[in-house]
Design a protein around this ligand. Structure first.
Ligand SMILES: *[C@@H]1O[C@H](CO)[C@@H](O)[C@H](O)[C@H]1NC(C)=O
Ligand SMILES: *[C@@H]1O[C@H](CO)[C@@H](O)[C@H](O)[C@H]1NC(C)=O
Length: 519
Protein backbone atom coordinates (compact mmCIF):
# COMPACT_ATOMS: atom_id res chain seq x y z
CA UNK A 1 0.00 0.00 0.00
CA UNK A 2 1.23 3.48 -0.77
CA UNK A 3 1.85 5.74 2.20
CA UNK A 4 1.92 9.47 2.60
CA UNK A 5 5.34 11.14 2.37
CA UNK A 6 4.26 14.68 2.92
CA UNK A 7 4.27 16.46 6.22
CA UNK A 8 0.95 18.30 6.27
CA UNK A 9 0.87 22.04 6.52
CA UNK A 10 -0.83 21.93 9.90
CA UNK A 11 2.08 20.10 11.42
CA UNK A 12 4.65 22.46 9.94
CA UNK A 13 2.48 25.26 11.24
CA UNK A 14 2.77 23.87 14.74
CA UNK A 15 6.54 23.66 14.45
CA UNK A 16 6.77 27.17 13.06
CA UNK A 17 4.52 28.73 15.66
CA UNK A 18 6.40 26.97 18.40
CA UNK A 19 9.75 28.29 17.25
CA UNK A 20 8.63 31.80 16.48
CA UNK A 21 7.04 32.68 19.80
CA UNK A 22 10.03 34.31 21.53
CA UNK A 23 10.60 36.60 18.59
CA UNK A 24 6.93 37.50 18.41
CA UNK A 25 7.08 38.74 21.98
CA UNK A 26 9.82 41.20 21.12
CA UNK A 27 7.71 42.67 18.37
CA UNK A 28 4.68 42.92 20.63
CA UNK A 29 6.22 45.86 22.46
CA UNK A 30 5.43 48.10 19.50
CA UNK A 31 1.95 49.59 19.24
CA UNK A 32 0.22 47.26 16.80
CA UNK A 33 -2.88 49.33 16.09
CA UNK A 34 -3.90 49.39 12.47
CA UNK A 35 -0.47 49.52 10.93
CA UNK A 36 -1.85 47.28 8.19
CA UNK A 37 -3.53 49.18 5.36
CA UNK A 38 -6.94 47.93 4.33
CA UNK A 39 -7.33 47.94 0.58
CA UNK A 40 -10.18 47.10 -1.72
CA UNK A 41 -11.04 47.34 -5.39
CA UNK A 42 -11.64 51.09 -5.09
CA UNK A 43 -8.11 52.02 -4.03
CA UNK A 44 -5.87 48.97 -4.55
CA UNK A 45 -4.23 50.08 -7.82
CA UNK A 46 -3.72 53.61 -6.66
CA UNK A 47 -2.00 52.55 -3.42
CA UNK A 48 0.10 49.85 -5.06
CA UNK A 49 1.24 52.25 -7.81
CA UNK A 50 2.56 54.60 -5.14
CA UNK A 51 4.84 51.99 -3.58
CA UNK A 52 8.14 50.63 -4.75
CA UNK A 53 7.62 47.72 -2.35
CA UNK A 54 4.35 46.67 -0.73
CA UNK A 55 3.15 43.45 0.83
CA UNK A 56 -0.49 42.44 0.45
CA UNK A 57 -2.26 39.68 2.30
CA UNK A 58 -5.29 38.26 0.57
CA UNK A 59 -7.46 36.78 3.28
CA UNK A 60 -10.95 35.43 3.83
CA UNK A 61 -12.97 36.26 6.94
CA UNK A 62 -13.71 32.61 7.74
CA UNK A 63 -10.18 31.30 7.31
CA UNK A 64 -8.61 29.95 10.49
CA UNK A 65 -5.00 30.34 9.38
CA UNK A 66 -5.78 33.97 8.48
CA UNK A 67 -7.10 34.60 11.97
CA UNK A 68 -3.95 33.14 13.45
CA UNK A 69 -1.85 35.28 11.17
CA UNK A 70 -3.71 38.56 11.76
CA UNK A 71 -2.13 39.64 15.09
CA UNK A 72 1.33 38.58 13.92
CA UNK A 73 0.90 40.47 10.66
CA UNK A 74 -0.21 43.56 12.58
CA UNK A 75 2.80 43.41 14.87
CA UNK A 76 5.12 42.94 11.92
CA UNK A 77 3.53 45.92 10.14
CA UNK A 78 4.06 48.11 13.22
CA UNK A 79 7.76 47.23 13.25
CA UNK A 80 8.26 47.45 9.51
CA UNK A 81 6.69 50.87 9.05
CA UNK A 82 9.53 52.23 11.18
CA UNK A 83 12.14 50.43 9.13
CA UNK A 84 14.38 52.44 6.82
CA UNK A 85 13.09 52.40 4.12
CA UNK A 86 9.56 51.78 5.50
CA UNK A 87 7.88 48.56 4.44
CA UNK A 88 4.12 48.76 3.99
CA UNK A 89 1.86 45.82 4.81
CA UNK A 90 -1.68 45.76 3.48
CA UNK A 91 -4.61 43.36 3.33
CA UNK A 92 -7.50 42.66 1.01
CA UNK A 93 -10.63 40.69 1.82
CA UNK A 94 -10.45 38.45 -1.23
CA UNK A 95 -13.72 36.79 -0.31
CA UNK A 96 -15.65 40.02 -0.72
CA UNK A 97 -17.48 39.95 -4.04
CA UNK A 98 -16.33 43.47 -4.94
CA UNK A 99 -12.68 42.34 -4.79
CA UNK A 100 -13.17 39.32 -7.01
CA UNK A 101 -11.23 40.87 -9.89
CA UNK A 102 -8.23 41.39 -7.63
CA UNK A 103 -8.52 37.83 -6.40
CA UNK A 104 -8.49 36.54 -9.95
CA UNK A 105 -5.74 38.85 -11.12
CA UNK A 106 -3.42 37.75 -8.33
CA UNK A 107 -4.43 34.11 -8.67
CA UNK A 108 -5.48 33.69 -5.09
CA UNK A 109 -6.65 30.10 -4.66
CA UNK A 110 -5.95 29.54 -0.97
CA UNK A 111 -5.87 31.66 2.14
CA UNK A 112 -3.99 33.44 3.46
CA UNK A 113 -2.11 34.30 0.32
CA UNK A 114 0.56 36.97 0.68
CA UNK A 115 2.08 38.76 -2.29
CA UNK A 116 5.17 40.92 -2.43
CA UNK A 117 4.46 43.56 -5.03
CA UNK A 118 7.31 45.68 -6.37
CA UNK A 119 7.79 48.50 -8.85
CA UNK A 120 4.30 49.87 -8.44
CA UNK A 121 2.76 46.55 -9.42
CA UNK A 122 5.12 45.42 -12.18
CA UNK A 123 6.67 42.59 -10.21
CA UNK A 124 4.67 40.16 -8.09
CA UNK A 125 6.00 37.29 -6.00
CA UNK A 126 4.33 35.02 -3.51
CA UNK A 127 5.59 35.41 0.03
CA UNK A 128 7.16 32.20 1.21
CA UNK A 129 8.34 33.12 4.68
CA UNK A 130 7.32 32.40 8.24
CA UNK A 131 4.00 33.46 9.75
CA UNK A 132 5.06 34.80 13.11
CA UNK A 133 5.71 38.53 13.61
CA UNK A 134 9.46 38.34 13.99
CA UNK A 135 9.84 35.88 11.15
CA UNK A 136 7.82 38.13 8.86
CA UNK A 137 9.91 41.17 9.83
CA UNK A 138 13.17 39.37 9.26
CA UNK A 139 12.07 37.89 5.97
CA UNK A 140 10.78 41.20 4.59
CA UNK A 141 13.78 43.22 5.73
CA UNK A 142 15.85 40.94 3.58
CA UNK A 143 13.60 41.64 0.62
CA UNK A 144 14.12 45.40 0.61
CA UNK A 145 17.46 47.05 0.07
CA UNK A 146 20.26 45.50 -1.96
CA UNK A 147 20.22 41.75 -2.61
CA UNK A 148 23.91 41.47 -1.81
CA UNK A 149 26.04 43.64 0.47
CA UNK A 150 29.74 44.40 0.01
CA UNK A 151 32.15 43.13 2.67
CA UNK A 152 35.13 45.40 3.18
CA UNK A 153 36.83 44.30 6.40
CA UNK A 154 37.63 41.07 8.20
CA UNK A 155 35.48 42.12 11.15
CA UNK A 156 32.61 42.81 8.78
CA UNK A 157 33.07 39.40 7.15
CA UNK A 158 33.22 37.46 10.42
CA UNK A 159 30.17 39.23 11.77
CA UNK A 160 28.14 38.76 8.59
CA UNK A 161 29.05 35.15 7.94
CA UNK A 162 28.49 34.00 11.52
CA UNK A 163 27.93 30.33 12.20
CA UNK A 164 24.15 29.89 11.98
CA UNK A 165 22.85 29.89 8.45
CA UNK A 166 24.01 29.42 4.89
CA UNK A 167 25.86 32.49 3.59
CA UNK A 168 27.13 33.17 0.08
CA UNK A 169 30.08 35.39 -0.69
CA UNK A 170 30.96 36.30 -4.26
CA UNK A 171 34.64 37.12 -4.78
CA UNK A 172 35.32 39.25 -7.85
CA UNK A 173 38.38 41.08 -9.20
CA UNK A 174 36.00 43.98 -9.79
CA UNK A 175 32.25 44.44 -9.57
CA UNK A 176 31.63 44.21 -13.29
CA UNK A 177 31.65 41.36 -15.80
CA UNK A 178 28.97 38.80 -16.48
CA UNK A 179 29.91 36.60 -13.50
CA UNK A 180 29.16 39.47 -11.16
CA UNK A 181 25.88 40.14 -12.96
CA UNK A 182 24.91 36.48 -12.67
CA UNK A 183 25.72 36.49 -8.96
CA UNK A 184 23.53 39.55 -8.45
CA UNK A 185 20.63 38.04 -10.40
CA UNK A 186 20.79 34.85 -8.37
CA UNK A 187 21.09 36.86 -5.14
CA UNK A 188 17.94 38.77 -6.04
CA UNK A 189 16.11 35.53 -6.72
CA UNK A 190 17.24 33.60 -3.64
CA UNK A 191 17.66 36.40 -1.13
CA UNK A 192 14.76 35.26 1.02
CA UNK A 193 16.42 31.97 1.82
CA UNK A 194 20.11 32.86 1.99
CA UNK A 195 22.33 35.83 2.83
CA UNK A 196 24.45 37.20 0.00
CA UNK A 197 27.62 39.28 0.18
CA UNK A 198 30.36 40.22 -2.26
CA UNK A 199 33.94 41.38 -1.95
CA UNK A 200 37.13 41.93 -3.94
CA UNK A 201 39.29 40.63 -1.10
CA UNK A 202 39.12 36.92 -0.23
CA UNK A 203 41.74 37.63 2.42
CA UNK A 204 39.07 38.88 4.82
CA UNK A 205 37.02 35.65 4.68
CA UNK A 206 37.16 33.31 7.67
CA UNK A 207 37.52 30.03 5.76
CA UNK A 208 38.93 28.77 2.47
CA UNK A 209 41.72 29.91 0.16
CA UNK A 210 42.38 33.58 0.91
CA UNK A 211 44.51 34.26 -2.13
CA UNK A 212 41.82 33.72 -4.77
CA UNK A 213 40.87 36.66 -6.96
CA UNK A 214 37.68 35.23 -8.39
CA UNK A 215 35.26 35.24 -9.97
CA UNK A 216 34.25 32.63 -7.43
CA UNK A 217 31.37 31.97 -5.07
CA UNK A 218 32.12 30.64 -1.60
CA UNK A 219 29.26 29.07 0.30
CA UNK A 220 29.61 29.05 4.09
CA UNK A 221 27.49 26.64 6.12
CA UNK A 222 27.35 25.53 9.73
CA UNK A 223 27.31 21.80 8.83
CA UNK A 224 29.13 19.17 6.77
CA UNK A 225 32.36 20.56 5.25
CA UNK A 226 31.68 24.16 6.46
CA UNK A 227 32.47 25.85 3.15
CA UNK A 228 32.46 25.03 -0.59
CA UNK A 229 33.66 27.02 -3.59
CA UNK A 230 32.15 27.15 -7.04
CA UNK A 231 33.35 28.87 -10.18
CA UNK A 232 30.52 27.72 -12.37
CA UNK A 233 28.49 30.76 -13.38
CA UNK A 234 26.66 29.06 -16.22
CA UNK A 235 22.92 29.35 -16.51
CA UNK A 236 21.22 27.77 -13.54
CA UNK A 237 24.47 26.24 -12.27
CA UNK A 238 24.93 28.77 -9.49
CA UNK A 239 21.38 28.29 -8.21
CA UNK A 240 21.79 24.54 -8.31
CA UNK A 241 25.10 24.79 -6.48
CA UNK A 242 23.53 26.86 -3.72
CA UNK A 243 20.56 24.55 -3.35
CA UNK A 244 22.63 21.39 -3.26
CA UNK A 245 25.63 22.57 -1.23
CA UNK A 246 23.49 24.68 1.08
CA UNK A 247 21.45 21.69 2.14
CA UNK A 248 22.78 19.38 4.86
CA UNK A 249 23.37 15.75 4.02
CA UNK A 250 21.50 14.88 7.20
CA UNK A 251 18.75 17.25 8.27
CA UNK A 252 18.30 17.71 12.01
CA UNK A 253 14.83 17.87 13.52
CA UNK A 254 15.19 19.54 16.91
CA UNK A 255 14.05 22.73 18.60
CA UNK A 256 16.56 24.95 16.75
CA UNK A 257 14.58 27.37 14.52
CA UNK A 258 17.44 27.64 12.00
CA UNK A 259 16.65 24.07 11.00
CA UNK A 260 13.05 24.77 10.02
CA UNK A 261 13.97 25.86 6.53
CA UNK A 262 15.78 22.57 6.00
CA UNK A 263 12.90 20.59 7.44
CA UNK A 264 10.42 22.22 5.12
CA UNK A 265 12.62 21.44 2.19
CA UNK A 266 13.31 17.92 3.43
CA UNK A 267 9.65 17.04 3.51
CA UNK A 268 9.02 18.58 0.12
CA UNK A 269 11.76 16.90 -1.92
CA UNK A 270 10.51 13.91 -3.86
CA UNK A 271 12.67 11.13 -2.48
CA UNK A 272 12.47 8.25 -0.08
CA UNK A 273 12.97 9.42 3.49
CA UNK A 274 15.23 7.71 5.98
CA UNK A 275 14.57 9.04 9.46
CA UNK A 276 16.34 8.14 12.64
CA UNK A 277 14.48 9.22 15.76
CA UNK A 278 16.05 8.96 19.19
CA UNK A 279 16.52 10.93 22.36
CA UNK A 280 19.35 13.36 21.69
CA UNK A 281 20.32 12.88 25.32
CA UNK A 282 21.07 9.19 24.54
CA UNK A 283 24.64 8.46 25.61
CA UNK A 284 25.32 6.76 22.26
CA UNK A 285 24.23 9.91 20.38
CA UNK A 286 27.67 10.59 18.86
CA UNK A 287 27.90 7.05 17.65
CA UNK A 288 24.40 7.18 16.11
CA UNK A 289 25.25 10.45 14.44
CA UNK A 290 28.46 9.27 12.85
CA UNK A 291 26.97 5.95 11.72
CA UNK A 292 23.94 7.69 10.25
CA UNK A 293 26.16 10.25 8.49
CA UNK A 294 28.15 7.43 7.02
CA UNK A 295 24.98 5.77 5.75
CA UNK A 296 23.86 9.09 4.27
CA UNK A 297 27.18 9.51 2.49
CA UNK A 298 26.93 6.03 1.12
CA UNK A 299 23.28 6.01 0.08
CA UNK A 300 22.24 9.60 -0.73
CA UNK A 301 22.76 8.81 -4.40
CA UNK A 302 19.96 6.22 -4.14
CA UNK A 303 17.26 8.88 -4.02
CA UNK A 304 17.05 8.78 -0.22
CA UNK A 305 17.09 11.84 2.05
CA UNK A 306 18.28 11.52 5.62
CA UNK A 307 16.96 13.07 8.80
CA UNK A 308 17.91 12.65 12.43
CA UNK A 309 15.25 13.75 14.90
CA UNK A 310 15.04 14.30 18.60
CA UNK A 311 11.84 12.56 19.77
CA UNK A 312 11.47 15.15 22.46
CA UNK A 313 11.40 18.08 20.02
CA UNK A 314 9.70 16.23 17.22
CA UNK A 315 7.06 14.29 19.08
CA UNK A 316 4.20 15.62 16.98
CA UNK A 317 5.89 14.53 13.79
CA UNK A 318 6.68 11.25 15.43
CA UNK A 319 3.04 10.73 16.33
CA UNK A 320 2.01 11.84 12.89
CA UNK A 321 3.93 8.95 11.40
CA UNK A 322 2.16 6.66 13.87
CA UNK A 323 5.27 5.67 15.81
CA UNK A 324 5.68 4.77 19.44
CA UNK A 325 8.22 6.29 21.74
CA UNK A 326 9.07 2.87 23.14
CA UNK A 327 10.48 2.03 19.68
CA UNK A 328 13.32 4.54 19.82
CA UNK A 329 16.05 4.59 18.72
CA UNK A 330 13.99 3.95 15.64
CA UNK A 331 15.17 3.98 12.06
CA UNK A 332 12.49 4.03 9.44
CA UNK A 333 12.22 4.56 5.74
CA UNK A 334 9.17 5.91 4.00
CA UNK A 335 9.21 5.23 0.30
CA UNK A 336 6.64 5.11 -2.42
CA UNK A 337 6.23 1.37 -2.09
CA UNK A 338 5.82 1.37 1.65
CA UNK A 339 7.13 2.01 5.10
CA UNK A 340 9.98 0.08 6.69
CA UNK A 341 10.73 0.06 10.39
CA UNK A 342 13.66 -0.96 12.52
CA UNK A 343 12.83 -0.27 16.16
CA UNK A 344 15.37 -0.13 19.02
CA UNK A 345 18.26 -0.16 16.62
CA UNK A 346 21.95 -0.05 17.55
CA UNK A 347 24.32 2.35 15.82
CA UNK A 348 26.24 -0.36 14.00
CA UNK A 349 23.05 -1.86 12.52
CA UNK A 350 22.25 1.31 10.57
CA UNK A 351 24.34 0.72 7.46
CA UNK A 352 23.60 -3.02 7.11
CA UNK A 353 19.87 -2.38 7.46
CA UNK A 354 19.91 0.44 4.91
CA UNK A 355 21.67 -1.96 2.54
CA UNK A 356 18.90 -4.50 3.05
CA UNK A 357 16.39 -1.80 2.24
CA UNK A 358 18.20 -0.83 -0.95
CA UNK A 359 18.51 -4.45 -2.09
CA UNK A 360 14.75 -4.80 -1.62
CA UNK A 361 15.10 -7.43 1.08
CA UNK A 362 12.78 -5.86 3.64
CA UNK A 363 9.05 -6.36 4.04
CA UNK A 364 7.03 -3.16 4.26
CA UNK A 365 5.18 -2.51 7.44
CA UNK A 366 1.48 -1.73 7.27
CA UNK A 367 -0.15 -0.53 10.41
CA UNK A 368 -3.65 -1.95 10.63
CA UNK A 369 -6.18 -2.94 13.20
CA UNK A 370 -7.44 -6.48 12.65
CA UNK A 371 -10.20 -6.82 10.06
CA UNK A 372 -13.38 -7.08 12.13
CA UNK A 373 -14.95 -10.54 12.11
CA UNK A 374 -18.42 -9.08 12.52
CA UNK A 375 -19.16 -5.78 10.83
CA UNK A 376 -22.89 -5.50 11.12
CA UNK A 377 -23.40 -2.07 12.66
CA UNK A 378 -24.96 0.64 10.46
CA UNK A 379 -21.58 2.41 10.24
CA UNK A 380 -19.09 -0.14 8.91
CA UNK A 381 -15.57 -0.40 10.28
CA UNK A 382 -12.70 0.01 7.84
CA UNK A 383 -9.06 -0.82 8.65
CA UNK A 384 -5.90 -0.51 6.55
CA UNK A 385 -6.07 -4.17 5.56
CA UNK A 386 -9.60 -3.97 4.13
CA UNK A 387 -9.81 -0.40 2.82
CA UNK A 388 -9.28 -1.57 -0.76
CA UNK A 389 -12.20 -4.00 -0.50
CA UNK A 390 -14.60 -1.76 1.37
CA UNK A 391 -13.77 1.65 -0.05
CA UNK A 392 -12.03 1.53 -3.40
CA UNK A 393 -13.29 -1.71 -4.94
CA UNK A 394 -16.66 -2.32 -3.37
CA UNK A 395 -18.65 -1.13 -6.37
CA UNK A 396 -20.77 0.96 -4.00
CA UNK A 397 -21.00 4.61 -3.07
CA UNK A 398 -18.98 4.79 0.12
CA UNK A 399 -18.78 7.63 2.59
CA UNK A 400 -15.77 7.06 4.83
CA UNK A 401 -14.95 9.09 7.90
CA UNK A 402 -11.39 9.17 9.21
CA UNK A 403 -11.45 9.86 12.91
CA UNK A 404 -9.14 9.91 15.89
CA UNK A 405 -10.22 8.58 19.28
CA UNK A 406 -9.23 11.84 21.00
CA UNK A 407 -10.96 14.17 18.54
CA UNK A 408 -13.96 16.04 19.96
CA UNK A 409 -15.45 16.98 16.59
CA UNK A 410 -15.37 13.29 15.70
CA UNK A 411 -17.30 12.34 18.82
CA UNK A 412 -19.90 14.92 17.92
CA UNK A 413 -20.13 13.53 14.43
CA UNK A 414 -20.53 9.88 15.49
CA UNK A 415 -24.30 9.89 16.23
CA UNK A 416 -24.88 11.98 13.10
CA UNK A 417 -23.13 9.42 10.90
CA UNK A 418 -25.11 6.72 12.64
CA UNK A 419 -28.30 8.56 11.77
CA UNK A 420 -27.19 8.89 8.14
CA UNK A 421 -26.35 5.20 7.97
CA UNK A 422 -29.66 4.17 9.47
CA UNK A 423 -31.71 6.34 7.18
CA UNK A 424 -29.86 5.10 4.08
CA UNK A 425 -29.91 1.47 5.22
CA UNK A 426 -32.37 0.47 2.52
CA UNK A 427 -30.19 1.79 -0.28
CA UNK A 428 -27.88 -1.12 -0.92
CA UNK A 429 -25.64 0.97 -3.17
CA UNK A 430 -24.58 3.18 -0.28
CA UNK A 431 -22.16 2.33 2.53
CA UNK A 432 -21.30 4.54 5.50
CA UNK A 433 -18.00 3.66 7.14
CA UNK A 434 -15.34 4.91 9.50
CA UNK A 435 -11.66 4.30 10.09
CA UNK A 436 -9.46 5.15 13.05
CA UNK A 437 -6.73 7.12 11.30
CA UNK A 438 -4.38 6.82 14.25
CA UNK A 439 -4.45 3.02 14.33
CA UNK A 440 -4.26 2.42 10.57
CA UNK A 441 -2.03 3.60 7.74
CA UNK A 442 -3.93 5.90 5.44
CA UNK A 443 -3.43 5.50 1.68
CA UNK A 444 -1.58 8.34 -0.05
CA UNK A 445 -4.50 9.17 -2.32
CA UNK A 446 -6.48 10.25 0.71
CA UNK A 447 -4.77 13.29 2.17
CA UNK A 448 -5.68 13.77 5.80
CA UNK A 449 -4.80 17.09 7.36
CA UNK A 450 -6.97 16.86 10.40
CA UNK A 451 -9.78 14.88 11.99
CA UNK A 452 -12.47 14.24 11.10
CA UNK A 453 -11.93 14.02 7.37
CA UNK A 454 -14.75 12.59 5.28
CA UNK A 455 -14.19 11.05 1.89
CA UNK A 456 -16.77 9.88 -0.58
CA UNK A 457 -16.06 7.46 -3.39
CA UNK A 458 -18.85 7.04 -5.89
CA UNK A 459 -19.54 4.12 -8.17
CA UNK A 460 -18.63 6.36 -11.10
CA UNK A 461 -15.15 6.73 -9.64
CA UNK A 462 -15.40 10.24 -8.21
CA UNK A 463 -13.33 10.79 -5.11
CA UNK A 464 -14.68 13.76 -3.16
CA UNK A 465 -14.21 15.19 0.30
CA UNK A 466 -17.25 16.23 2.24
CA UNK A 467 -16.73 19.73 3.58
CA UNK A 468 -20.33 20.72 4.12
CA UNK A 469 -22.26 21.09 7.32
CA UNK A 470 -21.94 18.21 9.72
CA UNK A 471 -25.64 17.43 9.88
CA UNK A 472 -27.48 14.29 8.83
CA UNK A 473 -29.50 16.29 6.26
CA UNK A 474 -26.35 17.84 4.82
CA UNK A 475 -24.55 14.55 4.47
CA UNK A 476 -27.56 12.70 3.08
CA UNK A 477 -28.24 15.27 0.41
CA UNK A 478 -24.53 15.29 -0.49
CA UNK A 479 -24.63 11.53 -0.95
CA UNK A 480 -27.81 11.69 -3.01
CA UNK A 481 -26.35 14.40 -5.21
CA UNK A 482 -23.03 12.70 -5.82
CA UNK A 483 -23.72 9.00 -5.79
CA UNK A 484 -23.12 7.16 -9.01
CA UNK A 485 -25.39 4.66 -10.73
CA UNK A 486 -25.44 0.96 -9.94
CA UNK A 487 -22.12 -0.41 -11.11
CA UNK A 488 -23.63 -2.64 -13.78
CA UNK A 489 -25.29 0.42 -15.35
CA UNK A 490 -23.16 2.61 -17.69
CA UNK A 491 -21.42 5.52 -15.97
CA UNK A 492 -22.87 8.98 -16.40
CA UNK A 493 -21.24 11.72 -18.46
CA UNK A 494 -18.13 13.72 -17.61
CA UNK A 495 -20.04 16.87 -16.87
CA UNK A 496 -21.52 15.69 -13.65
CA UNK A 497 -18.25 14.37 -12.29
CA UNK A 498 -16.54 17.67 -12.94
CA UNK A 499 -19.25 19.57 -11.21
CA UNK A 500 -18.93 17.27 -8.26
CA UNK A 501 -15.21 17.79 -7.92
CA UNK A 502 -15.48 21.52 -8.43
CA UNK A 503 -18.09 21.85 -5.74
CA UNK A 504 -15.95 19.93 -3.29
CA UNK A 505 -13.03 22.22 -3.96
CA UNK A 506 -15.06 25.33 -3.40
CA UNK A 507 -16.34 24.25 -0.01
CA UNK A 508 -12.97 22.89 0.94
CA UNK A 509 -11.43 26.31 0.58
CA UNK A 510 -14.27 27.87 2.47
CA UNK A 511 -14.53 25.77 5.56
CA UNK A 512 -11.80 23.23 6.06
CA UNK A 513 -9.50 25.45 8.06
CA UNK A 514 -12.09 26.44 10.61
CA UNK A 515 -13.91 23.22 11.31
CA UNK A 516 -11.14 20.69 11.61
CA UNK A 517 -9.55 19.70 14.83
CA UNK A 518 -5.84 20.15 14.93
CA UNK A 519 -3.79 17.24 13.83
C1 LIG B 1 -9.59 51.86 0.69
O1 LIG B 1 -11.00 52.00 0.65
C2 LIG B 1 -11.72 51.42 1.74
C3 LIG B 1 -13.21 51.68 1.53
O2 LIG B 1 -13.64 51.25 0.29
C4 LIG B 1 -11.27 52.01 3.06
O3 LIG B 1 -11.90 51.35 4.14
C5 LIG B 1 -9.76 51.90 3.19
O4 LIG B 1 -9.33 52.55 4.37
C6 LIG B 1 -9.07 52.50 1.98
N1 LIG B 1 -7.63 52.28 2.15
C7 LIG B 1 -6.74 53.23 1.97
C8 LIG B 1 -5.32 52.87 2.24
O5 LIG B 1 -7.03 54.35 1.63
C1 LIG C 1 12.75 9.45 -5.98
O1 LIG C 1 11.74 8.98 -5.10
C2 LIG C 1 10.51 9.66 -5.20
C3 LIG C 1 9.57 9.18 -4.10
O2 LIG C 1 9.90 7.95 -3.57
C4 LIG C 1 9.93 9.47 -6.59
O3 LIG C 1 8.73 10.19 -6.71
C5 LIG C 1 10.94 9.99 -7.60
O4 LIG C 1 10.46 9.74 -8.90
C6 LIG C 1 12.29 9.31 -7.41
N1 LIG C 1 13.25 9.92 -8.31
C7 LIG C 1 14.13 9.21 -8.99
C8 LIG C 1 15.09 9.97 -9.84
O5 LIG C 1 14.15 7.99 -8.94
Amino acid sequence: MAVSLALPFTLLGIILLFSGSAAAEAAAAVDPDDSVLTLDASNFSEVVAKHQFIVVEFYAPWCGHCKQLAPEYEKAAAVLKKHDPPVVLAKVDAYDEKNKELKDKYEVHSYPNIKIIKDGGNSVRTYGGPRDADGIVEYLKKQVGPASIELTSRQDAIHSIGDKGVVLVGVFPEFADTEYETFMTVAEKMRADYDFFHTTDAGILPRGDQAVKGPLVRLFKPFDELFVDSQDFDNGALEKFIEVSGFPMVVTFDADPTNIKFLERYYSIPSAKAMLFLKFSDERMESFKSQFNEAAEQFSANNISFLIGDVEAADRAFQYFGLKESDVPLLFVIAQNGKYLNPTIDPDQITPWMKQYIYGNLTPYVKSEPIPKVNDQPVKIVVANNIDDVFFNSGKNVLLEFYAPWCAHCRKLAPILEEVAVSLQDDEDVVIAKMDGTANDIPTDLAIEGYPTIYFYSTSGNLLTYEGERTAEGIISFIKENKGPKTDAPAEGEEKSQMGAGAAEETSSSSSASVKDEL
